[in-house]
Design a protein around this ligand. Structure first.
Ligand SMILES: NC(=O)c1ccc[n+]([C@@H]2O[C@H](COP(=O)([O-])OP(=O)(O)OC[C@H]3O[C@@H](n4cnc5c(N)ncnc54)[C@H](OP(=O)(O)O)[C@@H]3O)[C@@H](O)[C@H]2O)c1
Length: 298
């Protein structure tokens, strides 16, 4: 397959490019290659390469940044997605769009289904809902709602993910303060890539798998449980991971107290369920290097 991936300087884009490279003809696209808010640039990039599939993780995913700068969130998450859809339409490419569990309101006590109504709490969530609607109006689409990510970073990616950030603080002898009452799922970027690849390959012209899906590693965890397990796996002092109620975490964009999602949508089209999050976490932390404890202190 000829696959173009946006945002490959970022966490998920990098992971997807790693999984697809070697198996498919992959064109990684960073902001330097084509700013997604610039239709002419995106059109030129897509037109030169003419992918069959466009995978679109590029976005502003920082929930607090979106709350501080809603105009930027709108420009990139909504208008940028409109641009990507438009350019894909012009070359007849199908789109894999990456969305988020933050489209929900977090008020349920049982896993969110793909049919549950969206009711975002934050600017970020609202922009992602708007983006979903733009993508959904284009027939050849897959929309994947995903939870908190962890995985390897692209060289030069400035900020570690939630897991690596904690490992670095704890390895330096500092506390990592995280929410104790924010329950959700987690997703290893490389597992995400393998599942997305299966989803695309299951699609045939007579039986397309297009539609809306939820994608995460199996099992649920609070942010505290995830960070603590990561420290334990890395052989670090897990007592430095400190859980606090969301209400005591200071002024920030509203977070979902509950964000677990049902996973049967992918199973129904034959995509193998992802492994439990602790197993994926273990693989990720070991991949940070044999001498990981030393590496983490750098
Ligand atoms: N991170 C999570 O835990 C999480 C959870 C749920 C859903 N998601 C969704 O997953 C997707 C990927 O998130 P991520 O964590 O991988 O984000 P990330 O690491 O911040 O990567 C996003 C990428 O988008 C690029 N980008 C931003 N503005 C752009 C523009 N105007 N033109 C072109 N590229 C632009 C960034 O480029 P620069 O590097 O040049 O800024 C960056 O490489 C997003 O759609 C996000 O909403 C993420």
């Amino acid at each position: 397959m000829k696959v173009l991936i946006t945002g490959t300087g970022g966490l998920l884009g990098h992971g997807l490019a790693r999984v697809f490279a070697g198996r498919h003809d992959v064109r990684p696209v960073t902001r330097a290659d084509a700013d997604i808010t610039d239709l002419a640039a995106v059109r030129a990039c897509f037109g030169r390469w003419r992918p069959e599939i466009v995978i679109h993780p590029a976005a502003i995913p920082d929930i607090d940044e979106c709350e501080r700068n809603p105009a930027l969130a709108q420009r990139v998450n909504v208008e940028g997605t409109r641009t990507v859809v438009q350019a894909a339409r012009e070359i007849g490419a199908a789109i894999v769009h990456i969305s988020t569990d933050a489209v929900f309101d977090g008020k349920k006590n049982s896993p969110y289904d793909i049919d549950d109504p969206v009711a975002p709490l934050s600017v970020y969530g609202r922009t992602k809902v708007e983006a979903e609607r733009i993508v959904a109006a284009y027939p050849a689409h897959w929309i994947l709602r995903i939870p908190l990510l962890f995985g390897p970073r692209a060289a030069g990616h400035p900020s570690p993910d939630f897991v690596e950030k904690g490992l670095r603080l704890v390895a330096a002898g500092k506390q990592y303060i995280v929410a104790s009452d924010q329950l959700g799922s987690a997703l290893y970027t490389l597992d995400a890539g393998r599942a997305i690849e299966q989803l695309i390959l299951k699609s045939t012209p007579s039986a397309p798998t297009f539609g809306l899906y939820h994608l995460s590693n199996a099992g649920s965890c609070t942010r505290y449980e995830l960070a603590r397990r990561a420290a334990e796996i890395a052989g670090l002092d897990a007592s430095l991971v400190v859980g606090k109620p969301l209400a005591e975490m200071g002024p920030r964009a509203p977070r979902l107290r509950y964000a677990v999602m049902t996973l049967d949508s992918l199973a129904k089209v034959g995509v193998a369920p992802l492994r439990q999050w602790p197993l994926a976490l273990e693989e990720f932390i070991h991949s940070l290097g044999g001498g990981e404890k030393l590496a983490l202190k750098n």
